[in-house]
Each structure stands twice: as C-alpha cells, then as structure tokens.
Design a protein around this ligand. Structure first.
Ligand SMILES: [Zn+2]
Ligand SMILES: [Zn+2]
Ligand SMILES: [Zn+2]
Ligand SMILES: [Zn+2]
Ligand SMILES: [Zn+2]
Ligand SMILES: [Zn+2]
Ligand SMILES: [Zn+2]
Length: 251
C-alpha cells in the first residue's frame, strides 16, 4: 500500500521535473486527518499554489482539504493547541477570532490562534514564519524576534519606521533589525523558475517566477523598475513582466 502511493508521488514529480524529492517529503502521508475540518486532507503537488491559511505563495507539496482549501506543509504541521516562542501561554485555534494579529498587526478575518489567558492572537502566517533567515545586510542569521524595548525603531534594510510592538528579524551581535517582509521578500516559499499556469492570474499566458532579474526592466503594471522578485511571460512574443505584488491572482 505504502509503495503504491509513493510511486504515485514519484510520477507527479517526474511531470514537474525541476523539483527534487527529499526523503521527508516522500514520507508525507497521502491522506491525513486534519483538525481544521472533520474530513480528509489529500496530498497534492503544484509548482504554484497559494496557501489559504498563511496566504503565502508556495511551490511543491500541499494538502487539499474538502477540495476547497489548499494548505501548505508548514501550516499542515501546526496543531490546534500550540506553544509558541513569542508568547508565554498556550494558544488554541478559535474559528471566530477577529482580533488583530500580534505578530504583524493585521486584522484577522477567518480565525486565528488565541490565548485563553490574555489578549493575544496569532494568525497562521505569523505562526509559521521561519525562526531564522539570512539576508545580505548581516553576516549572521537573523532571528525572529518578538519584542523590542526601544522606542524609536527603524528597519536597517528599507530604513523606514518599524513598529516596536510587532515581530521582526534581528541580530543581537550587530544590533541589526528589520521588517519581516524586508528580510524574507515577497515570495519566500516560491521556487525560482516556477511556472504559474495561465488560468491562475489576470495575464492569460503562462508566467515564470524569478528571484532576480537582469537589468532594470519596467513593470507592465505599475511602470516602475523591477529590482525584486518578478513574474515574466513564457511566450517568446510577449514581453510582459510584473512585480510579484502587482499581479492579480485567481487562486
Ligand atoms: Zn500555509
Ligand atoms: Zn500576523
Ligand atoms: Zn496569553
Ligand atoms: Zn524594512
Ligand atoms: Zn550580525
Ligand atoms: Zn509593478
Ligand atoms: Zn504574455
């Protein structure tokens, strides 16, 4: 039985050639019972999906719940009652929670992890952030940090104001601190070279994702120069190129 589903996964891999199958991925259960719904979550694979829980764009394996929700592997690992480094009490998932997220300050619309003892809430997106990340601004790994005692806070990457009550990345050796998005970029979980099928966005042709772009081409949507991650049209006769944040997705 096990050999049977593994061979299915391998055949999916062959069709999407650029992905390497790690042993841990080969061991993922094909069907998993997930606490979010009393139904099965089915393992699937795509070079481009948007996780309906953390809202991140992702490449690779994900779970599909009730043929409606796509859940990335990072979110699939989260239990309904959890301990989190950024808070001293246990958090449990509250489907009706509509507070602000204590990690990023955004409004919560569709449930979040909430503390039963104090006013603290976290959405999937902040809960599943990498605990450390590399950025060229600092030679050390930057650590996800939950509190800042300073009153005047700025991001060392974009040099803009940083809210000290929100989570950020820092290096205590160099005293570097930066916004989460400035460290991770717009699409940290999307693989370089991933294809986005034509029906998943507003452009109508297949697009390819790139972490970096040569030169400074103009974005077809906002007309500003592209320096960060971009999507580029795969048709040789089309010179469409857009910033990650400028493209409208249907997923
Ligand atoms: Zn997710
Ligand atoms: Zn958040
Ligand atoms: Zn608490
Ligand atoms: Zn910044
Ligand atoms: Zn450092
Ligand atoms: Zn743009
Ligand atoms: Zn095109």
């Amino acid at each position: 039985m096990r050999a049977c589903y593994l061979s299915q996964i391998f055949s999916i891999i062959v069709q999407n050639a650029p992905f390497f199958l790690y042993k841990t991925c080969a061991e993922l259960p094909r069907i998993k019972q997930h606490w979010f719904r009393q139904s099965n979550a089915t393992l699937d694979f795509d070079s481009f999906t948007k996780c309906d829980f953390c809202s991140q764009l992702c490449s690779g394996f994900f779970y599909e719940i009730d043929e409606y929700w796509d859940m990335c592997l990072r979110c699939a690992k989260v239990a309904d009652i959890i301990e989190c480094e950024g808070h001293q009490h246990f958090l449990f998932f509250d489907f009706k929670c509509t507070e602000k997220c204590n990690g990023c300050g955004d409004d919560i619309y569709s449930g979040a992890f909430r503390c039963g003892k104090c006013r603290f809430a976290l959405e999937f997106g902040c809960l599943t952030l990498p605990h450390s990340a590399l950025h060229k601004i600092d030679e050390h790994k930057l650590k996800l940090t939950y509190h800042d005692d300073k009153e005047q806070c700025y991001c060392d990457i974009c040099e803009q104001y940083r809210d000290p009550s929100l989570w950020y990345y820092s290096c205590s050796i160099c005293d570097t601190s930066a916004h989460i998005e400035c460290v991770l970029g717009q699409c940290p979980f999307l693989k370089d070279g991933s294809t986005v099928a034509f029906y998943k966005h507003s452009h109508g042709h297949h697009l390819k994702f790139f972490w970096k772009v040569e030169g400074f081409p103009e974005c077809s949507k906002c007309s500003k120069f592209c320096q960060e991650e971009i999507f580029k049209c795969k048709e040789s006769t089309c010179d469409y190129i857009v910033h990650c944040k400028c493209l409208d997705f249907y997923v």
